[in-house]
Every structure is written in structure tokens, then in C-alpha cells.
Design a protein around this ligand. Structure first.
Ligand SMILES: [Zn+2]
Length: 164
């Protein structure tokens, strides 16, 4: 792959390019809008890519108009690295959740059985083992399925990361 900097393009050019490509197709990016695609949408998307470290830009002031022109190029070489980082964040969250499930006893409303009527032991004590939603009784919630599910997910993800 050669230097991606040679493939610089301005946001105006990207917009024009997309507009040309979608002409005579049924694609409509901005519903209820006269314009098929706004320059703003392109800019917003570019900044998203930039904050995800997948695009870079350099800014040049136009000598005639005094306006800034942004030249963009993509930086997809970092994509794998960024994906790996995200996977590691997810696995960290799953491990935290697993720890939380392993270290606590849970109680859930017999009738509602909803996630928002599930409480840790001390919370259930404070509630007098009564559901705040329907006044039903809070009963012990077996969380073996959740624990198994989390363990399984962690193993799968870890395996994926190891083979990255
Ligand atoms: Zn309830």
C-alpha cells in the first residue's frame, strides 16, 4: 500500500463525489430534504472517523477567500489495532459483570421478573423483600445461567483476541 497521504481529498470533493454516484439511484441520504446529501453530513462523518483515529486531515487557508480548506485522508491501517482495543474494553466490562454476579446474592420479583425488579441482597433487605413495582415478594434469583453465559462470552472473546 502506498502512502495514503497522496489520496487527499477535500470534504467538498467527497460530497460532490457521493452526489454524482447516487444520481439516478433511489438512494436518499437525507429524507425530507431538498438536498440529496449535505456537506454537513459528510463533515460530521469525517470528524467521527477522525475521533476514532481512522481519518486524518490537514487544514489550509485559501488565499483568495480566507476560508479554511480541509484535506482528508483515511488511516485504516490502524483499524485492527482499534478493533482489538474495543474488544479488550468489552472483555473488561464482561469480567466486571461476572465478578459482580459471583460476589452477590440477588433477589427478583416473583411476578414481574424484570431486570429493574432485581436487587442485591442488601437492597432487597431495605425493600423488605417487597417489589417496588407491584408489591410482590422478592425471591432468590438463581444467576447460574447469567454466570455461565458471561463465562462463555469471555472465553469466546479471549479466543478471538488471541487469534488477532
Ligand atoms: Zn413486581
Amino acid at each position: 500500500m502506498h502512502n495514503s497521504k497522496t489520496k487527499e481529498i477535500t470534504d467538498d470533493e467527497i460530497t460532490e463525489n457521493i452526489k454524482a454516484r447516487i444520481q439516478d439511484t433511489d438512494i436518499d441520504f437525507e429524507e425530507n430534504d431538498e438536498e440529496k446529501l449535505k456537506l454537513n453530513t459528510v463533515r460530521k462523518t469525517l470528524y467521527k472517523l477522525y475521533s476514532a483515529k481512522l481519518a486524518q486531515f490537514r487544514r489550509v487557508r485559501d488565499k483568495n477567500t480566507g476560508w479554511f480548506i480541509y484535506y482528508w485522508w483515511h488511516d485504516f491501517e490502524k483499524l485492527n489495532e482499534i478493533l482489538l482495543e474495543k474488544e479488550q474494553q468489552i472483555i473488561g466490562k464482561l469480567r466486571d459483570r461476572l465478578k459482580f454476579e459471583l460476589n452477590n446474592y440477588f433477589f427478583i420479583c416473583e411476578k414481574c421478573r424484570r431486570p429493574d425488579t432485581r436487587f442485591k441482597f442488601d437492597e432487597a433487605v431495605d425493600l423488605n423483600f417487597k417489589c417496588p413495582n407491584c408489591e410482590g415478594i422478592l425471591v432468590a434469583d438463581e444467576n447460574k445461567d447469567i454466570i455461565d453465559f458471561l463465562k462463555e462470552k469471555i472465553v469466546l472473546l479471549q479466543d478471538k483476541i488471541n487469534h488477532f
